[in-house]
Design a protein around this ligand. Structure first.
Ligand code: NAP
Length: 251
């Protein structure tokens, strides 16, 4: 119950899905958590209420990670509330799938601005706020970064970019004792997979068939590994891309 005592963590996109689970796990281990969201205030407030009802500490902060001024404000509000920062989880992300004939520049910019630019902006601000003891950055990537799937070229490109950022920054920031790692989830049931129609689809059946452990993941499956990476148990792990996917071997 004390793996993250006295730590302050920002989890982007924590109003639902994987981010909400990570925020909840971190708070249960003693972290003071900033539950970021873009538009789902109700969802973020529910996550904060559940954390505080369980004896934890959390606040909800609205910020669209694709907007520089919002990201700067997110970190200012974190500093005002908790004074410092130890852990950043870049989880906020979007994923849409479509044939290349329907590719649009709007879709490109939405994916890259949220999944890639948003992560870079957040890391820049985190590095400024981390204290003298260093910090910890966890980028929520995807198995598609190493196994891109048909109709997912744009999304896969954002996650491959995120993994490249993980490797580059692990080298750049290691001397400051800042660890940077990617988690690559397989298919995980979330509000996002319900709203995009993945849950219950033929695609999901194919994903399960290609997963040795024979099931779709749940947000807790990812949160447990994020907790490990955020904790001192992972003190000598940086620059890694860790698959959490039931062993999925193809899309
Ligand atoms: P989700 O259920 O759709 O939730 C997305 C979260 O991101 C929400 O909290 C949403 O906030 C937030 N968000 C979206 N755009 C944002 C923005 N511009 N600024 C700040 N927050 C924003 O998604 P999920 O399935 O949990 O996925 C979470 C992450 O895991 C994503 O990076 C995704 O690519 C990755 N991932 C998911 C799966 C999967 O199968 N689910 C697999 C591999 C990787 P609002 O609700 O306020 O919009």
């Amino acid at each position: 119950m004390d793996k993250l005592t006295n730590k302050v963590a920002i989890v982007t996109g924590a109003s639902k899905g994987i981010g909400a689970a990570i925020a909840t796990y971190f708070a249960a281990e003693g972290a003071k958590v900033v539950v970021n969201y873009a538009s789902s205030k109700e969802g973020a407030d529910k996550v904060v209420e559940a954390i505080t009802a369980n004896g934890g500490t959390a606040i909800a902060v609205q910020a669209d990670v694709s907007k520089e001024a919002d990201v700067i404000r997110l970190f200012e509000e974190t500093k005002n509330a908790y004074g410092t920062l130890n852990i950043l989880v870049n989880n906020a992300g979007v994923y849409q799938f479509c044939p290349i004939e329907q590719f649009t520049t709007d879709s490109f910019h939405q994916h890259f601005n949220i999944n890639v630019l948003g992560s870079l902006l957040a890391i820049r601000e985190a590095v400024k706020l981390f204290g003298d003891n260093g910090g910890n950055i966890i980028n929520i990537s995807s198995e598609v970064s190493k196994m891109p799937m048909s109709t997912g070229s744009v999304y896969a490109a954002t996650k491959a970019a995120l993994d490249a950022i993980t490797i580059a920054l692990s080298k750049e920031l290691g001397a400051k004792n800042i660890r940077v790692n990617s988690i690559l989830p397989g298919s995980v049931e979330t509000e996002g997979t319900h709203s995009t129609g993945i849950t219950g689809s033929d695609l999901e059946k194919m994903l399960i068939a290609n997963t040795p452990l024979g099931r779709i993941g749940q947000p807790d499956d990812i949160a447990k590994v994020a907790l490990f990476l955020a904790s001192d148990e992972a003190a000598w792990i940086t620059g890694e891309k860790i698959s959490v996917s039931g062993g999925i071997y193809g899309f």
